[in-house]
Design a protein around this ligand. Structure first.
Ligand code: NZQ
Ligand code: ZN
Length: 379
């Protein structure tokens, strides 16, 4: 095991009506908030009404920013940063899934010292301050509600990049599964593919961490147990509750303490697919993971077998990959580039983008000549 520091400062309120805690938490954060939303789901799931009621009761002024897209773009983030600076807001509230939360993280980091967002993403400047961020989670998938990661896309350069900074842990995250009852089965399935992928990125990270492995197996089994019942009963509260806590804990540190780093190679490749074709995050992962596992099969054989034994009760690495593909298919998630209707020219464009952006992963390094082979495994 690698030595480590575990410091996760996010205070999580979990469960029905946990929005009631917003009042006391927002009370001492200042006089004005900037609230970020996606397109319109916050009005359908009840979160918007609850938040507005609470802030009005508190006498906290607020500015609303609507329209953060899935695979969030820097353009909206720049707009929100400018509004936040102009309106002199004291704190940020993000209402939504990973796209809104990640955008809010960048906004909270760029406002106080008026940093240029893209320079922050590229680590050309290192912010020293951030505005406090409150998250109201409405979609179980990314774990962004309790971690220090954020991902954003630049359409001009065709880059979708991950970023980490200790100042972007949300201060408070309010996780009420009730708000997720309106999530469509397809979006729920993409979330499940994302959770599984976070478990695997950690599991194939550098250095063994035996207890962390056991968290991976337990969470994986929990997901496999509840996935299909949830897709059949998307408004079942108990199942929404179980998936929500699994998604938060799949990427809050508990699965990768004692490892030097998760691998992240699959996420890096998947981000290029999203940057090029606007593929939903979970869908791009369910395409890349089977190919990545096949590509590195020799190197990861023992780890794959251990995973198979603990999660699927199979002892053969090929069978583990087969079972994973079968699982993704049962969720109606794509498992090949054909499934998202790409053509030959798209494969060439993807190969060129990979050569330009050089996604690699930290442990099982992917090299320039490997991209074509990986794309072939994805078709
Ligand atoms: O735009 P609205 O109307 O809000 O609709 C959204 C959006 O269309 C909808 N949705 C959200 N809550 C809903 C709902 N629909 C009905 N009812 C609700 N309660 O879901 C759609 C997708 O939303 P999005 O936020 O894009 O989904 P997700 O949570 O999967 O976030 C994906 C983004 O997070 C990044 C991904 O790369 C991607 O950009 N990630 C962030 C990570 C992190 N910060 O730790 C790690 C992840 O690996 C991931 O990379
Ligand atoms: Zn992910």
């Amino acid at each position: 095991m690698e030595k480590f520091v575990l410091h996760n400062p996010t205070k999580l309120y979990f469960g029905k009506n946990s929005i009631q805690n917003l009042e006391k938490e927002a009370n001492n954060l200042g006089k004005k908030a900037l609230i970020l939303f996606g397109k319109n789901s916050a009005k359908k799931n009840g979160a918007y009404t609850d938040i507005v009621k609470c802030l009005k009761k508190l006498g906290v002024d607020f500015v609303e920013f609507w329209g953060i897209k899935p695979n969030p773009r820097i353009n909206e983030a720049y707009e929100a940063i400018n509004i936040g600076i102009k309106e002199k807001v004291d704190f940020i509230i993000a209402v939504g899934g990973g796209s809104t939360i990640d955008t809010a993280k960048f906004v909270s980091l760029c406002i106080p010292e008026k940093h240029d967002l893209w320079k922050v993403v590229k680590e050309e400047v290192v912010p020293q301050k951030a505005l406090p961020l409150i998250v109201i989670l409405t979609l179980s998938a990314t774990g962004s509600e309790m971690n220090c990661f954020a991902v954003i896309q630049n359409d001009d350069t065709k880059e979708k990049l991950g970023f980490a900074h200790p100042l972007i842990y949300p201060k408070i995250s309010i996780c009420d599964p009730t708000y997720t009852l309106t999530v469509s089965p397809q979006q729920t399935a993409y979330g499940i593919a994302d959770i599984i992928s976070h478990l695997l990125e950690a599991y194939f990270g550098e250095c063994n961490s035996y207890l962390a492995d056991k968290y991976v197996f337990a969470t994986f089994k929990e997901i496999v147990e509840i996935a299909l019942p949830l897709l059949k009963n998307p408004t079942n509260y108990e199942l929404r509750e179980r998936i929500m806590i699994a998604s938060t804990f799949a990427l809050n540190g508990i699965t990768y303490f004692g490892r030097k780093t998760p691998d992240w190679g699959v996420h890096e490749i998947a981000h290029n697919i999203s940057a090029l074709f606007d593929t939903p995050h979970g869908a791009s992962l369910s395409i890349v993971y089977p190919a990545w596992l096949k590509f590195f099969k020799q190197k990861i054989n023992d780890r794959l077998r251990l995973l198979g034994k603990n999660v699927f009760n199979v002892n053969n690495s090929d069978k583990v990959v087969e079972r994973l593909i079968k699982f993704f298919k049962s969720l109606n998630c794509p498992t090949s580039l054909n499934d998202i209707n790409l053509k030959k020219v798209d494969y060439e464009n993807l190969n060129n983008l990979l050569i330009k952006n050089k996604p690699s992963g930290y442990v099982y390094k992917i090299k320039k000549n490997d991209y074509k082979k990986l794309i072939k495994l994805m078709t």
